[in-house]
Design a protein around this ligand. Sequence first.
Ligand code: TYD
Length: 138
Amino acid sequence: MEWNKPQLFDIVKIADPRGNLSVLQMPGAMPFEMARSYWITDVPGGDMRTGHAYRQSQEVIIALSGSFEICTKGIHGELVYKLSRADRGLYVPAMTWREIYNFATNSAALIVSSSLYDESDYIRDLEYFNEIIKQSAQ
Ligand code: TYD
C-alpha cells in the first residue's frame, strides 16, 4: 500500500462470538509510529466537528462504534468516506483538510496520531489551506 494519500484500509479483526477484537500493531499496521491517540464521543446525532488540517501530523481515524462521514480535501481533490466499522481505518496524511460530520448517536471516533498535541501544527482556515495547496501544485 502506498501511504501518500487519504485511503481506507483494513485492520486485523479476530472474529469471536464473545466479541470481535481488532488490533493496530507496529511496525506494519500504519505508516507512522503512534505518538498519541484520542477519541471523540457524545457528539449530538447529525452534528459535525470543525474542519482543519495538520502541517506535519498524520492520523488514522476509526469508527469504534456508530458511524460518521469524513470529507478530505487536498492535492488529491475532495473525497468523502463513510466510516462504520471498527476494523477499518482512514489514513489521513499531513496537509489534508478533514471534516468529520453526520455522527450517528452514540458514535465513538478513535484518532491515532503521529505526533503530540501542538496547536501550531493546525491549519484552521480553509481559504489559507487552499492557497497553500494551490501554490504547492504550481
Ligand atoms: P480540536 O483538535 O481543535 O478538535 P475540533 O477541531 O474537532 O474542535 O480539539 C478541540 C480542543 O481540544 C482544542 O481546544 C484543543 C484540545 N485538544 C487537546 O488539548 N489535546 C489534543 O490532543 C486534542 C486533539 C485536542
